[in-house]
Design a protein around this ligand. Structure first.
Ligand SMILES: Nc1ncnc2c1ncn2[C@@H]1O[C@H](COP(=O)(O)OP(=O)(O)OP(=O)(O)O)[C@@H](O)[C@H]1O
Length: 338
């Protein structure tokens, strides 16, 4: 637990050797605070930290078997890539020659053998990220912490570096914890996602499980689903938001219903064949381009997001304020216990 005026981080986090855990959450949720507490840079107000069975909270940061890759890498600007990587082993008492040989091997593993003598300012973003990772791994940490590891990169580099990082994390035999806002980074890199909101864990599980069964609005938006809470009886869920919705699954009691924006069809006139159970009167609140589709934000009987092709949006002549009827197929809705 970490307490500071106006904010409390209160989370339980456990991880097995070899596991990659992503802490995912909105701004100010407490992800960085959690990472700093693990690194020993922010003291715990209460609770404990244990690594390989050994209490950690009284060990100063520099003596913890923890490697950190900071968001902006924090490479030493005056040292070559090789000396940046050799720095950690040197601090641990490894002799100069051995530390440099170790660093050279790490750079080689990262595909950077040709850049050993390069200073950080001459490295590309992706190369600097790999040097920072090599620097953290060269100390043979038992816990690897990565703060927004890809945030400093442009979209193209990000794709490549993400794939490389995934490989290195998979090979790393101890625990990795990474912090990110980016659901894609989290899904690609982590074995398990821990979603933090307001200083607490609101959901955790495998990426696939979280994407299929979001339990908060933040996660639903992240994975691009419409999400409602309600009460199920058979194939109908009466939503807290008002209307009822027909679902394929049969359930009873508190339930979530989720469906993707692409499962929604919009009409200007009330469609004659549609079941009243899956037909809502809405109004367009906003429109934005979403890849090769148009995402319509709707308010009304059921607030929802709908994806349309550009042609469909033009034919419906949608603009903010346009009244529409929205329907979703029961086969595309997904209900699960709340
Ligand atoms: N050094 C600090 N002193 C005081 N308050 C802080 C400090 N750092 C963060 N906070 C506050 O603590 C809370 C948690 O912040 P934290 O940076 O851990 O969140 P985060 O999930 O990492 O957010 P972000 O994604 O924006 O980095 C926020 O309310 C933030 O304003």
């Amino acid at each position: 637990m970490v307490d500071r005026p106006g904010f409390r981080l209160d989370i339980t986090l456990t991880a097995a050797p070899g596991e990659v855990v992503a802490l995912l959450g909105p701004n100010g949720a407490g992800k960085t605070t959690a990472l700093r507490a693990l690194a020993g840079l922010t003291p715990l107000t209460d609770g404990h930290l244990r690594l390989d069975g050994t209490p950690l909270q009284n060990t100063p940061p520099e003596s913890r078997p923890v490697g950190v890759v900071f968001q902006d890498y924090l490479l030493f600007p005056h040292l070559s890539a090789l000396d940046n990587v050799a720095f950690g082993p040197r601090c641990q008492g490894t002799g100069k020659t051995e530390a440099r040989a170790l660093a050279a091997a790490w750079l080689d593993r990262m595909g950077l053998a040709g850049h050993a003598a390069t200073k950080p300012r001459r490295l590309s973003g992706g190369q600097a990220q790999r040097v920072a990772l090599a620097r953290a791994l060269a100390t043979r940490p038992r816990l690897l912490l990565l703060d927004e590891p890809l945030a400093a990169l442009d979209a193209r580099t990000r794709l490549e570096v993400r794939a490389g990082l995934r490989r290195h994390l998979a090979e790393f035999e101890a625990v990795s914890v990474l912090v990110t806002h980016d659901p894609l980074d989290a899904m690609v890199l982590a074995d398990r996602l821990v979603v933090v909101e307001h200083g607490r864990v609101v959901q955790q599980g495998t990426p696939a499980d979280i994407a299929r069964h979001p339990r908060t609005d933040y996660i639903a938006r992240l994975v691009g689903l419409n999400l409602y809470r309600g009460r199920a009886a058979g194939h109908t869920v009466r939503l807290d938001a008002g209307p009822a919705i027909t679902t394929t699954e049969e359930l009873s009691g508190p339930a979530f219903v989720a469906f993707p924006p692409s499962a929604v069809t919009l009409f200007r006139d009330r469609p004659s064949g549609a079941s009243a159970r899956t037909l809502w009167r809405c109004e367009v609140a906003g429109l934005e381009t979403h890849g090769d589709r148009i995402r319509a934000d709707l308010t009304g009987e059921l607030p929802l997001a709908a994806d349309l092709t550009t042609v469909a949006a033009a034919e419906l002549d949608l603009r903010p304020g346009t009244p529409v009827w929205a329907t979703v197929k029961a086969t595309q809705t997904h209900a699960y216990p709340a």
